[in-house]
Design a protein around this ligand. Structure first.
Ligand code: CA
Length: 115
């Protein structure tokens, strides 16, 4: 329960909450089934979100990716557990081949809050 001294205080609080809840990245993270951005693609838009790729039939399949304007972290376990992908995943980067160690291995993705 949160109490407010005035309608304007409540209004400011509620608008702030809404902007956080609907925050999306200006450009999206895209995961690809094959190397060189081939095959099926999965677009993930929201920051502050954990994605379990099994929900999209996209677990253990990613071979390349383009990071959008938000950073992304990749894991080989569900709900950002297990090992974290050690390669470059900073905003605006792209990787045409994830490498043999991590090919078809990503199970979950975490996009941190927008800074
Ligand atoms: Ca693949």
């Amino acid at each position: 329960m949160t109490c407010f001294a005035s309608w304007s205080q409540y209004s400011a609080w509620s608008q702030q909450s809404a902007s956080v809840a609907t925050s999306t990245c200006a450009t999206n993270l895209v995961l690809y089934e094959n190397l060189n951005y081939g095959g099926r693609a999965l677009i993930l838009a929201a920051s502050s979100s954990v994605y379990n790729l099994s929900n999209y039939n996209f677990d253990n399949i990613v071979s390349s990716f383009k990071v959008g304007s938000c950073a992304a972290n990749f894991f080989d376990g569900p709900s950002k557990t297990g090992n974290q992908y050690p390669g470059v995943t900073s905003p605006g980067t792209a990787t045409s081949w994830i490498g043999s160690t991590w090919n078809d291995r990503i199970v979950s993705v975490y996009e941190p809050p927008v800074a």
